[in-house]
Design a protein. Structure first.
Lengths: 114, 247
């Protein structure tokens, strides 16, 4: 259960940015890939705990799932992979070791007010 | 009002891991981390590894544990320098803990440093420790489907080691199914089978390790290409982060 430490990092990051701009954060937008090793539901509960008692108390975390994208050596195309349990091209079923996206854990934006 | 940010949540860890990797390079120490579920035989495997390497190499180990120092005591039987990181309630090691425990340690006097992570197949996946090679271990007694249950940790590893091979027959372990599952979540991941108890497979592992170190040594010789140094420390780009992953 490392989602609490991840959530604390998100809160710190958002707080720093808000403090720098002198604004208040309403919403934090996060992109999460299946290979990040973070469970969405656990992260959402942890976020409330991490934000409690800070300047981000009451703010919302919005998580967008991003797919795994890998380069198919046969099609020579980037492909969205359907499952982390089977890294292969959805078109030709060739294994795709070259993953170009999927471990994402990134704060993309903040919704703020003065 | 919406403000774009685009920052990796683990940016600090990644930057720190990149700095560690550069330090390891400078000191000439090849760093190997081990992850697995609790009870998969990490400590027995590492104890055997440390013992077998010592005639030829200078080795040391850092070992993460939630509460006890038992593993460090076991590893110390190999006579290699061992330091324990008691993580308390934290279920994984991060780059900061590794750095903290390496202070006052003479890295340049080592050929290999091993970092045994807390027994956990979930949380350690997210944290780069600056290592050069990450091993994921699974024992035959855990069943063949571990990779399918924990794809990120298998995806992030550079080598899979199947332990307790001497018990495989007793538990009717299906090697082909296990390898198929490993390669489903990480195509091309090298995998080996070992038994720390009987010594089976240990020579092959040590050959692999020596070759990995040689390859790493060779990669440092030409043009001093140190991506970490070219990235401003606070940029978060962490050019060399995640190099424990196969490219």
């Amino acid at each position: 259960m490392h989602e609490l430490s991840i959530a604390s990092s998100i809160v710190d990051m958002a707080w720093e940015e808000a403090d720098r701009r002198g604004v208040r954060v309403n919403t934090v937008y996060l992109e999460l890939g299946p290979l990040a090793g973070v469970v969405r539901e656990a992260l959402l509960s942890a976020y409330e705990l991490a934000a409690a008692g800070t300047a981000l108390e009451g703010s919302r975390l919005v998580v967008t799932d991003v797919p795994i994208v890998a380069f198919c050596p046969v099609c020579r195309e980037k492909r969205s992979i359907r499952s982390a349990q089977r890294l292969c091209c959805p078109e030709c079923h060739t294994p795709t070791p070259e993953v170009v996206q999927g471990a994402d854990l990134r704060v993309t934006a903040l919704e703020v007010e003065q | 009002m919406k403000v774009e940010l685009g920052q990796k949540v683990l940016r600090r860890n990644d930057v720190l891991a990149g700095e560690l990797r550069a330090e390891f390079r400078k000191a000439g120490v090849f760093v190997v981390s081990l992850v697995s579920s609790p009870g998969s035989g990490k400590t027995a495997f590492l104890e055997k590894t440390l013992t077998l390497l010592q005639p030829r190499y200078r080795v040391a180990a850092l070992v993460g544990d939630l509460a006890t120092e038992n593993d460090a005591a076991r590893l110390a039987r190999s006579n290699a320098p061992v330091r324990q990181i008691v993580t308390g309630t934290v279920c994984h090691l991060d780059a900061g803990m590794v750095r903290g425990s390496l202070q006052d340690w003479n890295l340049a006097g080592l050929d290999f440093l091993f970092i045994e992570n807390v027994g956990n197949l979930v949380c350690p996946a997210s944290y780069d420790l600056g290592e050069n090679l990450r091993l994921v271990l699974m024992s035959v007694t855990e069943g063949e489907d571990k990779p399918l249950k924990y794809p990120p940790i298998f995806h992030g590893a550079g080598l899979a080691v199947i332990t307790k091979a001497d018990l495989a027959e007793a538990v009717e372990f299906a090697w082909d199914a296990a390898l198929g599952n490993i390669h489903a979540v990480h195509p091309g991941l090298p995998a080996m089978r070992v038994s720390a108890r009987t010594g089976y497979g240990m020579e092959e592992w040590l050959r692999y390790l020596a070759a990995a170190r040689e390859e790493w040594d060779a990669s440092s010789a030409p043009a001093i290409r140190d991506p970490v140094a070219t990235v401003p420390a606070n940029s978060g780009a962490g050019a060399e982060t995640g190099t424990f992953r196969r490219r």
